[in-house]
Design a protein around this ligand. Structure first.
Ligand code: ATP
Length: 645
């Protein structure tokens, strides 16, 4: 009897499924009607012919080079069990957690004789909102215009191919970054024309992702203790992370790689190698000079790509937060984006809170651009290095990776005991040399004159980036003796708990909810069971939800909000009513809200992302105030789509 032929699923290696670029049908695809380019996307036809090349289209044009690079790492799935206990030489173990795109499991490799991590990424994204309809249609049109597809293609199939393309890029990136202990090392990838998922095998980091959220500022998390067993404190642990991440970013810099999503959940800790490692290269880009292909417009496209908002809102650098309200590109040095995000990460460790956290993305961006941190300068070297040099809002004044390396890399044991011994040359590196120039702010329209005035006054009063400002402490990274002074300042400047909780809650609402991540859906993801491979004891690591801020892996985050089905009017009233009743009933909340009011627009304006959810109704609204906002949102969407105002 003739066996029915199995459907081939597109793979990382196109040659494994020769028809994968062609249209084909699978059972699940029939559920969604195919997108017919002639009827539904005709509006793209004219724009497509004028479509400018982009960084990603240049990458796609050079896909053969990418494939040649990843080919040695991609192995065929030859054996797997139905019950998913084994795949090839790997025995699968406990779940380590989930991200937006995949699920990570611990596994044992019988050939390497060691524990590894396997990220399992469904080829067909489980979250349909991962790619917007626009993106999918545009992509189909692009493939058609380039002759890569000849028949109509369903949205599901297109999304699958886009997802596979995304995996190829990530695998390409990590395959180029295998020579540093500070980057999670790729071992290999598994795939087959019959597999619904791509399996990416990498080194196991037994302590999991970097945790920073704790009940009390002074608490030392078990994970920290394991990485810094001797004299572990907030300060010594932060120094360890600073040092390891500086080495990691220095390595990325040498390879021309800008990560664009540095944050605690993308930093994994390994007790065996005693090191913190950078992971998750899904958002990264390489400088054209260090890519093995040339294109006439590459540099220009790279600059445009650099100016797109990619990353996680709370960790995005101020030069990206202008939201396109400028005729010129703000980001010229992409590596400084990662330095800023590292600064935010270290701030979280030091202060047990995010430095900039708003009621919605706009508010967060506004705070990132405007809210000063000068009150946090306290004379402690580590603290002031982070506050003054890593979290310097002016990217041209922000410390670069080379200078940071010079400061950090000497072995801590060689550091002089007293600040006065510090080399004057190093000292000068912590001092900003000129003040931040005036920037026309997009958010001028979003805030009341009064609040803006107050904000700017704060910036002025507290500016530590001015030419007159003095560095209050020398660079002295391992000054343990300064920890006391630092701790007390932290305690003094810490917000009260209700204030603090409210800001955190607001933060995690931002993107994770909209993108419908499946994280935690099974409850098990909250507790990460980590086998201590070194000592062979089982330990539990509490996974801090608050440390896991999802990044925009889609280029237009606001569009994700718009797709939700809420009434803006209802929402606005509701949030306003809640706000009002909070103020009546809770004095502590009231003070927190009052503090927020400095930066918050009045409730009629864009006080919450929910206000713009029903975008169509919003656009058509006759309300003048709202019409003004529509222009802002349009500008933003245009910027998010095209990288242009
Ligand atoms: N190499 C590894 N070793 C140990 N644990 C890992 C490893 N890689 C990932 N994990 C764990 O699995 C979790 C999910 O990882 P993943 O990279 O999918 O998601 P994420 O980075 O948190 O989110 P996203 O991809 O959405 O940004 C991580 O938070 C981490 O705890």
């Amino acid at each position: 009897m003739e066996m029915p032929s199995r459907q081939l699923i597109p793979t990382l290696m196109p040659e494994w499924t020769p028809s994968s670029h062609q249209s084909y049908k699978t059972a699940d695809d029939s559920a969604s009607p195919p997108i017919t380019p002639t009827s539904q996307v005709s509006s793209f036809d004219s724009s497509l012919s004028q479509m400018k090349p982009t960084y990603s289209t240049i990458i796609e044009e050079n896909i053969d080079t990418i494939l040649d690079r990843i080919r040695p790492f991609v192995k065929k799935i030859t054996a797997s069990e139905q019950n998913k206990k084994t795949i090839n030489q790997y025995t699968l173990g406990a779940s380590a957690g989930s991200g937006q795109f995949g699920h990570v499991r611990k596994a044992y490799s019988s050939t390497l004789n060691k524990v590894v991590a396997i990220k399992i990424i469904p080829k067909k994204p489980w979250n349909a909102q991962q790619y917007s309809m626009n993106q999918v249609m545009r992509q189909i049109q692009l493939w058609k215009s380039k002759g890569k597809i000849t028949k109509n293609m369903s949205g599901n199939e297109a999304m699958r191919l886009m997802n596979i393309g995304k995996c190829r890029w990530e695998i390409y990136a990590v395959s180029r970054l295998r020579d540093s202990v500070h980057v999670v090392r790729l071992i290999e990838c598994l795939d087959s024309p019959f597999s619904e998922s791509i399996w990416i095998v990498s080194d196991w980091c037994n302590l999991g992702e970097l945790q920073w959220k704790r009940d009390n500022y002074g608490d030392i998390l078990p994970q920290w203790q394991r990485l810094v067993p001797f004299k572990c404190s907030v300060s010594t642990f932060s120094k360890k992370i600073l040092r390891d991440m500086t080495k990691g970013l220095q390595y990325l810099h040498s390879q021309g790689c800008i990560h664009r999503d540095i944050k605690p959940s993308n930093i994994l800790l390994d007790e065996i190698e005693n090191v913190a490692k950078i992971s998750d290269f899904g958002c990264c880009i390489f400088t054209p000079q260090l890519l093995p292909f040339k294109s006439a417009n590459f540099e220009e496209c790279f600059q445009r790509e650099l100016n797109k908002i990619v990353g996680t809102p709370a960790f995005i650098a101020p030069e990206l937060c202008h939201l396109g309200n400028s005729k010129r590109d703000f980001v010229t040095d992409g590596f400084k984006l990662d330095i800023w995000s590292l600064g935010v990460t270290l701030y979280c460790l030091l202060y047990n809170e995010l430095p900039f956290s708003g009621d919605n993305e706009f508010d967060t961006y506004h705070k990132i651009m405007e809210a000063p941190l000068s009150l946090k300068v306290n004379g402690s070297t580590l603290n002031d290095l982070i506050i003054k040099r890593l979290l310097e809002k002016d990217a041209t004044l922000r410390i670069g990776i080379q200078d940071l390396t010079k400061i950090i890399l000497p072995d801590p044991m060689d550091q002089p005991e007293h600040p006065k011994d510090i080399d004057q040359d190093i000292l000068s590196k912590i001092k900003p040399t000129r003040s931040e120039g005036p920037v026309r702010r997009f958010f001028g329209k979003l805030i009341t004159k009064k609040s803006k005035k107050k904000t700017l006054e704060n910036v002025k009063d507290n500016s530590f980036g001015s030419a007159n400002s003095k560095a209050t402490a020398p660079v002295y990274i391992d000054a343990d003796s300064q920890e006391e002074a630092f701790s007390s300042t932290v305690l003094r400047s810490s917000p009260n708990s209700s204030d603090y909780c409210s800001s955190l809650e607001e933060e995690v609402v931002q993107v994770t909810d909209f993108l419908n991540t499946f994280c935690d859906s099974k409850g098990s993801a909250n507790i990460l069971h980590v086998k201590n491979d070194k000592r062979n004891t089982e330990m539990k690591v509490e996974k801090s939800d608050s440390s896991s801020h999802s990044s925009f892996k889609v280029p237009t985050p606001i569009k994700a909000l718009i797709r939700l089905k809420n009434s803006p009017v209802e929402n606005r009233n509701k949030s306003y009513d809640n706000r009002f009743s909070d103020e009546l009933t809770s004095p502590s909340k009231k003070s927190a809200k009052e503090k927020h009011r400095v930066y918050n627009p009045e409730p009629k304006k864009l006080a919450h992302s929910g206000n713009i959810i029903n975008f169509k109704a919003y656009i058509n609204s006759a309300d003048k105030d709202r019409q003004e906002m529509v222009e802002d949102v349009r500008t933003y969407l245009n910027f998010a789509d095209n990288g242009q105002a």
